[in-house]
Design a protein around this ligand. Structure first.
Ligand code: FE
Length: 171
């Protein structure tokens, strides 16, 4: 086998000026304070809260039997299941560990984690917003990246990590 010789790294001065710092985060956090409660029995671990492009990406953790109430997505969603399983009441498939899910704009659904699943953790990238609806299809509220930032800020202040803990996730 021929030995691979790595090229020299790009020197810092060749990086574009004003480059936004990268975000590198450890896997599923053990520090419970990092998980932000967002619905009954559901938490998010923010990864990137992108207010420039209007999306957020986070780990969603739901413990059984949990529900994310009915909502519509006006923009696409991507998800990858890291642990456990979940489903939508509106579809006949189940998302299991390792599965990838794409939700097209317009998708309107209710996420549930069944009682036999102890916990699910899924990476989600949600663009735009989540528009919550009642059973008659009337809008009852919404979540967007700015709302997520404020929920995280309040939570991190309350658990002693500091309100500015959220700033590391914002671009
Ligand atoms: Fe959704």
């Amino acid at each position: 086998m021929e030995k691979v010789v790595f090229p020299k790294p790009v020197p810092a001065e060749r990086q574009p000026p004003g480059l936004t710092p990268e975000i590198v985060l450890p896997g599923i956090p053990e520090d419970e304070r990092v998980w932000v409660p967002v619905y009954p029995g559901a938490w998010i671990r923010p990864l990137l809260l992108n207010k420039t492009h209007g999306y957020w990406t986070s780990l969603l953790r739901v413990r059984a039997a949990g529900v994310v109430s009915c909502h519509r997505h006006p923009a696409p969603v991507h998800g990858l299941v890291l642990k456990g399983s979940w489903r939508y009441l509106e579809h006949d498939w189940v998302a299991r560990e390792g599965d990838y899910v794409f939700e097209p704009p317009g998708e309107t659904h209710t996420l549930v984690v069944d009682e036999d699943v102890e916990e699910m953790i899924t990476w989600f990238l949600v663009s735009g917003s989540m528009i919550y609806m009642d059973e008659q299809g009337r809008t009852t509220g919404f979540t967007d990246v700015f709302d997520r930032i404020e929920i995280c800020r309040k939570h991190y202040a309350s658990v002693g990590l500091g309100a500015d803990y959220v700033d590391q996730f914002i671009r």
